[in-house]
Design a protein around this ligand. Structure first.
Ligand code: BDR
Ligand code: CA
Length: 396
């Protein structure tokens, strides 16, 4: 389960250099050696085997029965990831082209086999699973066992998978599928954004070929790991910045709405009526999760972050989306991974230091005239409609 450390010393030297010379700004990071080095480092660490021009924000069209929405699910299963995957695999409105696990809630040594197990449970071994990044781009991996249990599935043990991951790494798989189907593929990213960032970074032409990226992550109203940052963004803020800056039509489903869809005991009872293998597995995972979260001095209720993100692709009436210009904080000592959303211009950075050579005023990212949204952000949710869909699909 330990991280592979090939190339680490070179990376450490680079990090030391950055600490001495100051951190790279965003443009330097995207273009510079750190990002490339991070990509090289990650490329050695896949578990399997081995800008942008478009403007405006994501518009999810309601898929029709005749034309399912073609999606790649990038994920770190993960309790709520597991339900999101099972929901997608049981929904004819979605055609799941691949599942690409990444390290996040638990290390890749768990997220990858968990994805394989879920595909088997759902009877959908036709869906390829490609192992992704073991580490964030330039940070150490922070995991979430407190919520997801040591194995990522709340400690519930399912049979070891018989199927194997495909030979391609997750970023390779994303690139391959998108390039073979330009304008057709929506990437649904419900874990840290490392795989997606690497796919984009290694092929500058890829962004223009992706139909949309729909992210579970971020928040306009405070985080869940720090007061500023949501988990997926906190784990790999540099990757998130690459993805938010890629110019791909983007939807952000953040804590603003996912905190409003809580999985209660009553909902567990409904799920426990399931007779199909996916619903039975989901009920076991959620029973163990509720049990585990209710223990200890600070009981919590699990929010259905990732299933909500998938559900809105099946029924776009579940969420209300609003245009925002979103920036990802990567340098804040206490705020890395925060998503800052401007609803209108001007969009400004922090005030300059008093000792700056000349007085230039606050850096303006966009004026009132040049202001453009780069994402649609979920601001309201119809929670009952969501749970009807989720529980309906898992128990049917
Ligand atoms: C996100 O982080 C993980 O814990 C969940 O799977 C979800 O993707 C919520 O902050
Ligand atoms: Ca997740």
């Amino acid at each position: 389960m330990g991280h592979e450390r090939g190339g680490e010393s070179r990376q450490e030297r680079e990090q030391e250099r950055l600490q001495e010379n100051g951190r790279p700004n965003r443009r330097e990071f995207l273009a510079g050696s750190v990002g490339a080095l991070a990509a090289a480092r990650i490329n050695k660490n896949f578990g399997g085997v081995s800008s942008l021009s478009r403007e405006g924000a994501a518009i999810e069209k309601a898929p029709t029965a005749a034309a399912p929405l073609r999606v790649i699910i990038d994920t770190d299963p993960g309790v709520d990831d597991a339900l999101a995957i099972l929901l997608a695999l049981r929904s004819p409105e979605l055609q799941v082209e691949a599942i690409t696990p990444v390290a996040g809630n638990v290390p890749l040594d768990f997220t990858l086999p968990n994805a394989l197990k879920l595909v088997e449970i759902a009877g959908r071994t036709d869906v390829p699973v490609a192992g992704g990044a073991r580490h964030p781009l330039v940070r150490k991996l922070i995991t979430g066992e407190r919520v997801h249990g040591n194995n990522g599935l709340a400690g519930v043990e399912f049979p070891e998978p018989k199927i194997k991951p495909v030979a391609e790494s997750a970023p390779e798989m994303i690139r391959k599928i998108v390039k073979a189907n330009p304008g057709e593929i929506t990437v649904v990213a419900v874990g840290p954004l490392t795989n997606v960032a690497l796919a984009l970074r290694d092929d500058p032409e890829l962004a223009a070929k992706i139909k949309a990226i729909v992210i579970m992550g971020g928040s306009l109203s405070g985080g869940n790991v720090t007061p500023a940052a949501e988990f997926n963004l906190y784990v790999d803020p540099e990757a998130a910045r690459i993805v938010f800056d890629a110019g791909v039509p983007l939807t952000m489903v953040g804590l603003d709405v996912t905190r409003k869809v809580l999985f209660t005991d009553q909902r567990l009872k409904a799920l426990e009526t399931a007779k199909n293998p996916s619903g039975i597995a989901a009920a076991k995972i959620m029973a163990a999760t509720l049990e585990h979260l209710n223990r200890g001095p600070h009981p919590m209720i699990e929010a259905m972050h990732d299933p909500l993100t998938v559900a809105n692709l099946i029924d776009p009436g579940i969420l209300t989306l609003k245009d925002y210009y979103v920036e990802v904080e990567t340098e804040g000592e206490f705020t890395a991974g925060e998503t800052i959303g401007w609803a209108y211009g001007p969009a400004r950075g922090s005030a300059p230091m008093a000792l700056a050579d000349k007085h230039e005023g606050s850096p303006v990212l966009a004026t009132e005239e040049s202001f453009k949204a780069n994402a649609r952000v979920a601001v309201e949710v119809d929670a009952e409609r969501f749970f009807r869909l989720l529980l309906g699909r898992l128990t049917a």
